[in-house]
Design a protein around this ligand. Structure first.
Ligand code: HSE
Length: 434
């Protein structure tokens, strides 16, 4: 049989453990599909003594992942350490410089240094594969880079963070608080070590930055993303949205239009019954709009040891088969410079929640502020007042707008706040009418 492909894996945490499980359980299957055996020959991780439930005795151990990357017995370097800099970056660069193919699950590294690493890999003529970096087990990278290669893509968006989707789903279904559900997500192993990474929208932004480069053939530009997390979403927002026919999801959205590229991450109202709205729990969903294929949605597990490891293995097997594609779908030197659409030019519907001071003229003043910014209202709900010491009593006042430009919406909200008819800052959530 053909010589084995020898892997060096740096990082034996959740995903690393999952990769060891698949390599052990599917040894024959993998060899048959790859056309050659795939063997783990060396590893690197933080604590050598830790029991990982796998026998590592026959493997070379390196404390330093850079040494692992340079180990001559390693054919393919698999980076599962994480982090945009430090040992992960140093080791990936070392492996590429040594002319070794790299498989990584590191979205932060790619979001920050994707274009430079792609140039390095392509300059050396080796693969840099990262299916596991975006949406865990969903093969979205291959879908865009290979399956949809004949299309021009205009939009890619989706639920890219399982932790946020789990939290929003549980809040909606069980009426539980944000903090309570976050704790549960952490105990289930979905959340990042620092949960602000998930709930603040940064994890989604990293994945979106990578998808944008792939989808539109542009340089990765994380800094251009307008990011808003789910920390401020209340149970009231979720209930109000539900009453009006929507669910709230954290979406990453990238659009390529005549004015340039728009990338945003924010909580979003999506119509109940749409495929994205029905993607619940820890599941992720990615929708791609191509000019010939039309709309396409992939749904699956975006986090967890085995789904993510499944993506890592597919990248490794590609390398074993001798398959190598341009890292971001077009040769790195041909990636177009990123041209940003003007800020706040996005056009869509908006959910606005106001705490209205219950006195004559309040609704009229709000209607005037909206009309002055050419904003048309689709629906309004005013609930009963809370508090008895009128005129300080407030009434929750919820409205949904027809499509409008975000800049106008924000200007109207500033006017509404300045007018003195609301007791607190207006809250606004964008709507995607899918
Ligand atoms: N923390 C991430 C999520 C895991 O919740 O989706 C994979 O990026």
């Amino acid at each position: 049989m053909t010589e084995a492909l020898r892997l060096g894996i740096a990082g034996l945490g959740t995903v690393g453990g999952g990769v060891l499980d698949i390599l052990a359980r599917h040894k024959q299957l993998i060899a048959a599909r790859a056309g050659r055996p795939i063997e783990l020959c060396a590893v690197s991780a933080r604590s050598r003594g830790k029991d990982r439930g796998h026998d590592l005795s026959g493997l070379t151990w390196h404390d330093d992942p850079v040494r692992l990357a340079n180990d001559p017995s390693v054919d393919v370097f698999v980076e599962l350490i994480g982090g945009e800099a430090g040992p992960a970056k140093a080791a990936v660069e070392a492996a590429l410089r040594a002319g070794k193919p790299v498989v990584t699950a590191n979205k932060a590294l790619l979001a920050h240094h994707g274009a430079a690493l792609a140039r390095l890999a392509e300059g050396k003529g080796v693969a840099l594969n990262f299916e596991a970096a975006v949406a865990g087990g969903i093969p979205v990278v291959k879908t865009i880079r290979e399956g949809l290669v004949g299309n021009r893509l205009g939009k890619v968006f989706g639920i890219l963070n399982g932790t946020c989707n789990y939290i929003l789903t549980k809040m909606a279904e069980e009426g539980r608080s944000f903090a309570d559900v976050l704790k549960e997500a952490q105990s289930l192993g979905y959340a990042e070590a620092d949960p602000t990474f998930d709930v603040g929208g940064f994890d989604t932004a990293h994945k979106l930055a990578v998808l944008t480069a792939l989808a539109f053939g542009v340089e990765v530009n994380l800094g251009a993303i307008d990011i808003e997390g789910i920390e401020k979403i209340t149970l009231d927002d979720i209930r109000n949205a539900s009453d009006m026919g929507y669910k709230i999801k954290l979406l990453g959205v990238a659009v390529s239009g005549p004015q340039g590229i728009e990338q945003r991450v924010h909580p979003t109202l999506v119509p109940k019954g749409s495929p994205v709205a029905e993607t619940d729990g820890v599941f992720n969903a990615v929708v791609v709009k191509g000019d010939f294929v039309g709309d396409l949605m992939l749904e699956g597990r975006g986090a967890g040891a085995h789904p993510t490891a499944s993506a890592v293995l597919s990248d490794v097997i590609d390398i074993a088969r001798g398959s190598r594609r341009p890292v971001f779908g077009v040769p790195a030197h041909d990636l177009r410079p990123y041209e940003a659409a003007p800020p706040r030019a996005h056009e869509g519907g908006f959910y606005v929640a106001l705490s209205l001071l219950d006195k004559p003229g309040a609704v009229a003043a709000i209607a005037r502020s909206l009309a002055d910014e050419h904003i048309s209202i689709e629906s309004i709900v005013q609930r009963g007042t809370s508090g008895t010491d009128a005129p300080r009593a407030t009434a929750p006042f919820i409205l949904i707008t027809h499509n409008t430009v975000e800049r106008n919406m924000r200007a109207a909200l500033e006017r509404i706040e300045a007018d003195g008819h609301v007791a607190s800052r207006p809250r606004m959530i964008r709507i995607e009418r899918l």
